[in-house]
Structures are given as C-alpha cells and as structure tokens.
Design a protein around this ligand. Structure first.
Ligand SMILES: NC(=O)c1ccc[n+]([C@@H]2O[C@H](COP(=O)([O-])OP(=O)(O)OC[C@H]3O[C@@H](n4cnc5c(N)ncnc54)[C@H](OP(=O)(O)O)[C@@H]3O)[C@@H](O)[C@H]2O)c1
Length: 230
C-alpha cells in the first residue's frame, strides 16, 4: 500500500489532501501541531478505516521532526507533501516586521528542507519517490507586477529554489521534487472570496501528481497542470 506524509493536515488543503489520498487506499501520516485540537482531522481519521495516522508535528521543531522520522524508520514513504504554511504579516513597503518575516521563512522555507533531510531515506526506499512542496504563484518572480507581500512572496520564491536544488541533488536517487500552486483556494488563508473550493484544488493537484515523471523534477505546476514561470 503506498504511503504519504502530509504536514499541516488539520485544516484547509492539508486536511483535504489527507482525506482524498486515504480514500484512494493510501496510508497517510497526517501531521499537525496540536492533534488534541484537530477535531476535523480526528473525525476524518476515524472514518478512514485505519488508513490515516495522526502525528503531532510542528514543522519548525527539529526534535519533533527527527523523532517522527525515527519512529517511521523502515517504512517507505511514496509521497512527502510539504503543505504547512502561513501568510504572515501583510504590511506593505516601509513597515516590515522582520521578526514575523523570520517566522514565515522558518515555516514556509526552512521547514520543508528540514522535512526532506529527515525523511529522504524513507522516500528513496519507496516506489513513487515523490516530494511535493506547496508553493504559490505569489512566489513567481517573473509574475510579480503587484509588489507587496514581501515575507510570503520571498518565502515561496526561495522554496522554489529549494525545489530546484533538491531536484538536482536527489536525481541520482530517483526522487522527483516539484513545487505546486494550488490556485486561489477557499481556506483560512485564501479567504471565502477565493475562486476554488478545497475539493476542486486538491482534485487538480492529485491529477497533476499522478502524471508526474522524473523528467518533471525541478518544475513548478499549478492545480490545472499548467507550468508556472519561476
Ligand atoms: N489557500 C490558498 O489560496 C493558497 C494559495 C497558494 C498557496 N497556498 C499554500 O497552501 C498551503 C496550505 O494553505 P491553506 O490555504 O490550507 O492554509 P490554512 O488553512 O491556513 O492551513 C495552514 C496549515 O498549515 C499549518 N501550519 C502552520 N504553521 C505550522 C507549523 N509551524 N507546523 C505545522 N503546521 C503548521 C496550520 O496548522 P495550525 O492549524 O496548527 O495553525 C494549518 O494546518 C500553504 O503552504 C499555503 O501557502 C494556499
């Protein structure tokens, strides 16, 4: 049975990814910061006939990441989905909160790398060997003609660079690494005016993942399968 690990799986896109991947018969390690405060994830896990395991994981906590990786040792991981993310401060030019910006980088940029470094052996031992970093179109440098959003945009642009670097470093091990943009989605982050439902976005992302080949490694796709410019 293929296995996935998803971060930030207690709400929004992460929760729906866990639900829908488990519904296809996969085993899913669903990670969240506070399992005891994640009633939707717990209910989803209860309805999944043992295919969803819930794990406590703050992706910025090195000890927690290392101990989860150790507890899964010997269990191949077909898909590592780095989904957890925050938008951070929305202040424009001239009023940056640099401490808050650091937190955005810790969660959106450095945590995915920490996850990959800790789980790479399990991914390498799997059949699918896929790592997906949840990026955003707002991280596209060439598409930025609106300015603003410095913390979030810079975190996702840098995450894209991490994707690209990993695609080179992990190619010899047969691991495919991509960045994806889920569309503008109705979640706590995307807001209720967003264009896409969580279900439609995740259905699209899953279609994209199903078609990926090693030749796609180091590329950036949206939920419709269109390739995005860096
Ligand atoms: N929605 C959109 O339109 C959109 C567009 C482009 C990209 N994205 C990306 O999609 C991903 C998911 O976003 P979403 O829209 O589903 O947002 P969301 O509903 O706000 O969910 C964010 C998730 O990330 C988790 N998280 C935050 N900090 C964490 C940490 N330190 N450790 C572990 N988990 C942490 C949250 O957990 P808690 O509940 O514990 O805070 C939550 O589960 C993000 O990477 C986001 O940047 C979203």
């Amino acid at each position: 049975m293929p296995t996935a690990l998803i971060t930030g799986a207690n709400r929004g896109l992460g929760l729906e990814l866990a639900r829908s991947i488990a519904a296809e018969g996969w085993q899913v390690h669903s990670c969240c910061r506070m399992p005891d405060k994640a009633p939707e994830l717990r209910a989803t896990a209860d309805a999944a006939d043992g295919r969803i395991q819930v794990h406590r994981l703050d992706v910025t906590d090195d000890l927690q990441v290392r101990s989860l990786a150790r507890s899964l040792e010997g269990k191949p991981l077909d898909l590592l989905f780095n989904n957890a993310g925050i938008y951070g401060p929305r202040d424009g030019f001239g009023s940056q909160d640099f401490e808050a910006w650091s937190k955005v980088l810790a969660i959106n940029l450095m945590a995915p790398m920490r996850m990959v470094e800790n789980f790479v052996e399990l991914v390498a031992a799997s059949q699918h060997k896929l790592i997906v970093n949840m990026s955003s179109r707002l991280g596209s440098i060439s598409e930025n003609d609106a300015g603003g959003g410095y913390p979030y945009r810079s975190s996702k642009a840098a995450l894209n660079m991490v994707t690209r670097g990993l695609s080179v470093d992990l190619a010899p091990r047969g691991i495919t690494v991509v960045s994806v943009h889920p569309g503008w989605v109705q979640t706590d982050m995307g807001g209720s005016d967003a264009a896409l439902t969580v279900a439609d976005s995740v259905a699209g992302l899953r279609r994209v993942m199903e078609k990926l080949t090693p030749e796609d490694s180091g590329r950036f796709f949206d939920h419709s399968g269109a390739e995005l410019p860096w």
